[in-house]
Design a protein around this ligand. Sequence first.
Ligand code: NDP
Ligand SMILES: O=C(O)C1=N[C@H](C(=O)O)C[C@H](O)C1
Length: 270
Amino acid sequence: MADMRLIVAGAGGRMGRTLTRIISETPGAVLVGALEAPGSELLGKDAGVLAGLPANGVVLSADLWSMSANADGILDFTVPAATIANVAIAAERGIVHVIGTTGLSPSDDAVIRSVTNRAIVVKSGNMSLGVNLLAALVKRVAQSLDQSFDIEILELHHKSKIDAPSGTALMLGEAAAAGRKIVLEQHSARGRDGLTGARRAGDIGFASLRGGTAAGDHSVIFAGPSERLTLSHHAEDRALFAQGALKAALWAHGKKPGMYSMADVLGLSE
Ligand SMILES: NC(=O)C1=CN([C@@H]2O[C@H](COP(=O)(O)OP(=O)(O)OC[C@H]3O[C@@H](n4cnc5c(N)ncnc54)[C@H](OP(=O)(O)O)[C@@H]3O)[C@@H](O)[C@H]2O)C=CC1
Ligand SMILES: O=C(O)C1=N[C@H](C(=O)O)C[C@H](O)C1
């Protein structure tokens, strides 16, 4: 089978550069396009060189329509507005769209869902095996413990991260809510500050820390009357996410249009 031809969106970013390197190390995948924001000073630069590799001849461009004419998939770790613009083009081309971008709003999610009759989308707030297993465990524990256990989710990320809570924290919150059979939006406590009053029973709380170069730490704390259970994941290197994204793209190649999750890719779906 021919190599899967991939575009990296946000090729000048932290994840974009990592993806370029991981693609170069992965049999069965080849980089054919590198997308950057219109007006970026990186346009015209070589994606390999930006990733710390020898030049690979793929230069950064802002024209996804042209570069996707001969591509099978796009790995998208950018910003919500860019991802939403990319969704329409990926759907028009009928190619795989792996979406790692976080901070998407409910209306962004609705746009993505609206094209999944034509697009093959794999979307997850976290592409690692460990976090996806953690989500399954969180759901199971939330099912087993009653409301006398308060659920709090704590995340720590590098100082350049622009969205909070992290996509992973929200994904873990959804898993806890599913375990409790509640709707997260109706039972979510975010951004406590000042005279907040006592904790509302049944809420799922979120707290975000930012600093240094942390690739991503997440803990789900089940705080009960006289004991606490904490389930945690620590990412040591963002290559972990890039490897997961590439695995998702290779898995999705040739699948029917639809919306898939990392749990589907990893065989963890119920
Ligand atoms: N799901 C997962 O497993 C993971 C998800 N993420 C998520 O991925 C996203 C990116 O993270 P990270 O790489 O750290 O962030 P960066 O800011 O380092 O990279 C984002 C890149 O996207 C570029 N960009 C902005 N607008 C466009 C556009 N219109 N077209 C193409 N490129 C554009 C930015 O360019 P410029 O700087 O010029 O604006 C930048 O180079 C975040 O949402 C993060 O939360 C990160 C790791 C793992
Ligand atoms: O921005 C990051 O770096 C990360 N973002 C994702 C998130 O928002 O959860 C995944 C990972 O934690 C790293």
